[in-house]
Write a protein that binds this ligand. Structure first.
Ligand SMILES: Cc1cc2nc3c(=O)[nH]c(=O)nc-3n(C[C@H](O)[C@H](O)[C@H](O)COP(=O)(O)O)c2cc1C
Length: 156
């Protein structure tokens, strides 16, 4: 996957697909800025850490690939989202850490070849699973949360 990343150079940024609306782009840039001192402490560049890190599941001992049969309509991606959400919470309950890896979908052909995944399955998301490394500076970074009122519209 790292080899494929170095050839294709498709990055983790959602903007790799389409420019984001300003508010999301600003929030993403701000988060990245806040993360920078943590990357500096590790002596790595953010781009390399995130993109190459994603492509090798951050060195986690377990990499899970969630696929869905392409006979299902797009709305059924929600099923994968639900599975992923419960999986993350259950793993946490066992003291395990997870990181969903969406970037792998950019390298779907390579993954399917490598793992012999049938053509009619869509690679929807990957998940890195393992015990969190509390010594790693980046694992001490906590992202902020926006106020609900900024993205939920209550009617009635
Ligand atoms: C659908 C989805 C795809 C993601 N893809 C990636 C990825 O490719 N690489 C990565 O490092 N993190 C990825 N993440 C993890 C996020 O960058 C982030 O660490 C995680 O959602 C926790 O967010 P929080 O720090 O705001 O709680 C993904 C998360 C989600 C929900």
């Amino acid at each position: 996957m790292i080899k494929a990343y170095r050839e294709k150079k498709i990055s983790c940024s959602p903007e790799a697909v389409k420019p984001l609306p300003k508010t999301y782009a600003k929030r993403g840039a701000k988060t990245l800025q806040l993360m920078t001192p943590f990357f500096e402490k590790m002596g790595v560049h953010s781009d390399q850490f995130i993109n190459e890190g994603s492509c090798h599941f951050y060195g986690a001992p377990v990499a899970i690939i969630l696929c869905q049969d392409d006979a299902f309509p797009k709305a059924r991606f929600v099923d994968i989202g639900l599975t992923l959400g419960y999986f993350i919470l259950t793993a946490y309950d066992f003291g395990l850490g997870t990181c969903p890896i969406g970037l792998i979908t950019a390298y779907e052909d390579e993954i399917k070849d490598l793992l012999n995944i049938p053509e009619n399955k869509n690679v929807v998301i990957g998940v890195a699973l393992g015990y969190p490394d509390s010594e790693s500076p980046i694992n001490r970074f906590k992202s902020s949360r926006d106020d609900l009122s900024r993205f939920v519209r209550w009617i009635g």
